[in-house]
Design a protein around this ligand. Structure first.
Ligand SMILES: Cc1cc2nc3c(=O)[nH]c(=O)nc-3n(C[C@H](O)[C@H](O)[C@H](O)COP(=O)(O)O)c2cc1C
Ligand code: SF4
Length: 435
């Protein structure tokens, strides 16, 4: 499969984080083209490209941008652009590479997106542990200011754009867009009920677009090459390239840029160097394809699937794997993996990270973790497994934010797809069917 490297074109080049190096390779060359267009025309290019948000939900980016109310309906309020660089989902570690290897790509993407949206002030919200990334970004931002690429009247266009980094305190929930906004405002990082959606009422009650790092970083390429060139990559429905963070039992874990539509089997063999142990796929047991929150896939499902939003989300009763591409955190597990133990480890994370506002999530995540701990210790019953499933079913979709579902889906899918391992742990393998 041949496709252009969009996000990773400068990775690995010496000094790829420096303005002088990337400018010689085309960085910021798209600004004059953008400033010659109307903001609405630039939004239309992004809309036409079919770009979908890369933070997890896959919402069409151009369409989200059109939800910002027009100036005459904003009552004098500004529009803010927030780059979501919280990246705390277990298994996802792509955004830090964009910011570390090529921070100017993100900055240019934010200037272009800001121009399209009529934004004058934008922020990059980083997880607390990314202090080292913040330093690199701040250095790149300072270079851009010094070169007249940020600040007042950029390149004589009349467009003013200021960009700041903001470090959170290291809480997974601050990646959820409304929690991110609260945290940026200086409040507790807790999600809010939607609607209103941030595009209508976000930071400081003003319209706010929240986009993932990868989403914003791809905008310069789309503007330079056109919406059709972007749409030409992929399956016709799942468009463009995607960064995949691979961890687990493969020979070459890391971050890879793939064209959507790429079969998992080829990806595992050609990019990841194959399974860590053994030849072929005889040791492959399971994959979580989109970060820890999405349903797990069995070996059979993995070997017939590809990086494709539509095919991955096809429900199991319609022949699909019933999962999501999510943020592209691809966690590979071989047959040495204890699935019950893995799930317990995941639930320890969710029980710890729940922000505590909703009873089903606050209590339920803790209970699910406690039951799983008992299952691991061989101290649980079939009734406990039934309670575990019941808890997960009652958390999903009954909470303020999607965190509840994110904790429930791993439990539901592990129980469904690896039921025998749970039964074996409680010594009830011969009495299947109770969970
Ligand atoms: C619990 C939780 C954590 C999230 N963490 C992130 C994150 O770290 N980075 C991110 O871009 N989106 C994250 N999201 C999704 C954001 O709420 C939002 O949809 C996204 O930033 C929108 O950007 P996009 O349209 O470019 O994908 C999270 C959502 C939830 C429910
Ligand atoms: S679902 Fe969980 S994380 Fe989200 S608001 Fe409710 S308690 Fe907080």
């Amino acid at each position: 499969m041949s496709y252009p490297k969009i996000l990773t074109a400068n990775w690995g080049i010496e000094g790829s984080h420096l303005l002088s190096v990337v400018r010689a390779r085309g960085a910021y060359s798209r600004l004059p083209k953008a400033f010659a267009m109307t903001p609405a025309a630039l939004t239309q290019v992004v809309k036409d490209s079919g770009l979908r948000g890369r933070g997890g939900a896959g919402f069409p980016t151009g369409m989200k941008w059109t939800f910002v109310p027009p100036a005459e309906k904003r009552g004098g309020k500004p529009v803010y652009l927030l780059c979501n660089a919280d990246e705390s989902e277990p298994g996802t570690f792509k955004d830090r590479y964009i910011m570390w290897q090529d921070p100017h790509q993100l900055i240019e993407g934010m200037i272009l997106s800001g121009y399209a949206l009529g934004v004058r002030t934008a922020y990059i919200y980083l997880r607390g542990e990314f202090k080292f990334v913040q330093k690199r970004l701040d250095e790149a931002i300072a270079e851009a200011y010094a070169a007249g690429l940020l600040g007042k009247n950029i390149q004589g266009s009349g467009f003013d754009f200021d960009l700041y980094t903001h470090l959170g305190a290291g809480a997974y929930i601050c990646g959820e867009e409304t929690a991110l906004i609260s945290s940026l405002e200086g409040d507790k990082g807790q999600p809010k009920l939607k609607p209103p959606f941030p595009a209508v009422e976000g930071a400081w009650h003003a319209p706010t677009i929240v986009n993932n790092v990868e989403t914003l970083a791809v905008v310069p390429w789309i503007l330079e090459n056109g919406a059709d060139a972007y749409k030409a990559i992929g399956t016709g429905k799942s468009l463009g390239t995607k960064l995949i963070s691979v961890s687990g039992h493969v020979k070459r874990p890391g971050v890879y840029e793939i064209a959507l539509g790429y079969p998992f089997k080829d990806f595992l063999e050609k990019e990841c160097g194959g399974m860590l142990r053994g030849k072929g796929f005889e040791t492959l047991k399971a994959v979580i394809p989109g970060g820890s929150s999405v349903p797990v896939m069995t070996k059979d499902e993995v070997l017939r699937s590809s990086f494709d939003y539509e095919m991955l989300s096809t429900p199991m009763d319609k022949g699909g794997p019933g999962t999501y591409l999510g943020s592209g955190g691809f966690i590979v597990m071989d047959d040495s993996t204890d699935m019950v133990d893995s799930l317990t480890n995941l639930l320890r994370f969710y029980a710890h990270e729940s922000c505590g506002q909703c009873t089903p999530c606050r209590e339920g995540c803790g209970w699910m973790y406690q039951i799983l701990t008992r299952v691991c210790e061989g101290d649980a019953t079939q009734e406990d497994l039934a309670t575990l499933k019941d808890l997960a079913d009652n958390i999903h979709s009954k909470t303020i934010c999607f965190f509840g579902a994110s904790a429930a889906m791993p439990v539901q899918s592990f129980l469904l797809k690896f039921k025998d391992e749970f039964l074996a742990k409680i010594g009830a393998l011969s009495a299947k069917g109770a969970a």
